[in-house]
Design a protein around this ligand. Structure first.
Ligand SMILES: [Zn+2]
Length: 303
């Protein structure tokens, strides 16, 4: 049986928020079985916000959670790292409203978790296994989820830039492929859009150290970590947003030019319609990275 996991010891990092530009210190702490991922604002008397769909607040260029008027912004990269490493339970303490952007990818969070170590817990992990397909389109954007035994993602983007254009990336998130192919892909933005975004109060913390900066016809701060780093980062974001299901998913997700708004809408549609999925436990050895490829999923008793 595959069990829940947490980290072994506390780890910390500090940096700035991508959008707020605010300095922030972060600590990741172990948490008991069944508690999920919980953000804690140490600057607000330890106020806690669970990383689950119903707490999604504002979604535009990043995903934010809100509870009783308290925000946690830009949650997607650290949540993506938790899924990638199979961490079910942890507390993420922040002394400000936004998760630090660090290098713009999930790699620094992966390294923190690896430094802390991973601990297997007593409770068998319950997966959210997709039973029926769900798909919808909004203009030229598309997102869908289909039944599958593992967790796989196929993402397409079409970005009007000579280095990007149409890119598609398909990955089975098992056997360490998240760590090798997704975790290090950085966020990106174009110099042309910079002023408009700053005028909206966004990207106040952006720098050449925490995002790929696109010039009119190239990259200002190369080299890229992957030739198709852009679409890989979209996979990273999707995995982080779907973490708000509160469980690891077993299904195939297909997205075309989607973004945080469609990712989190998928989360709420799945959570709203319980005929789309069931909870299962999975027999097999411990997963090294994200979900193991699952051949023997067994329906779990409802709890
Ligand atoms: Zn991102």
């Amino acid at each position: 049986m595959i069990h829940e996991q947490t980290i072994r010891s506390a780890v910390e990092a500090s940096g700035v928020g991508l959008h707020s530009g605010a300095p922030v210190s972060m600590r990741i702490l172990p948490a008991p079985s069944g508690s999920g991922i919980v953000f804690r604002r140490t600057d607000l008397e330890g106020f806690e916000i669970e990383a689950i769909g119903p707490n999604v607040a504002r979604v535009s260029y990043a995903t934010s959670l809100m509870k009783k008027g308290v925000f946690i912004s830009t949650t997607e990269h650290v949540l993506s790292a938790f899924i990638g490493l199979g961490i079910d339970n942890a507390i993420v303490e922040l002394d400000n409203l936004e998760v630090p952007i660090l290098d713009g990818s999930a790699q620094p969070f992966v390294e923190m978790i690896q430094k802390a170590g991973i601990r297997k817990q007593r409770r068998p992990r319950k997966y959210l296994k997709i039973r029926r397909e769900l798909e919808w389109r909004e203009g030229n954007k598309f997102i869908a989820v289909y039944p599958a035994d593992g967790y796989s993602v196929s993402y397409s983007i079409n970005f009007p830039h000579p280095l990007i254009g149409k890119e598609t990336f398909q990955v089975e998130l098992s056997n360490g492929s998240y760590l090798r192919q997704i975790a290090a892909a950085r966020t990106f933005g174009s110099r042309e859009d910079e002023q408009a975004m700053r005028n909206m109060g966004l990207i106040r913390g952006a720098s050449r150290e925490n995002c790929i900066v696109l010039s009119r016809d190239g990259v200002e701060n190369g080299p890229l970590r992957f030739p198709d780093e852009f679409v890989r980062h979209k996979v990273l974001d999707l995995v982080g947003d779907l973490a708000l299901l509160g469980k690891q998913i077993l299904g195939k997700v297909v997205a075309d030019r989607a973004g945080h708004a469609m990712h989190t809408a998928l989360v709420s549609r799945i959570l709203r319609d319980q005929s789309l999925w069931e909870e299962v436990t999975v027999s097999g050895s411990e997963p090294e990275g994200a979900v193991a490829s699952v051949s023997q999923a067994a329906a779990a008793a409802p709890s």
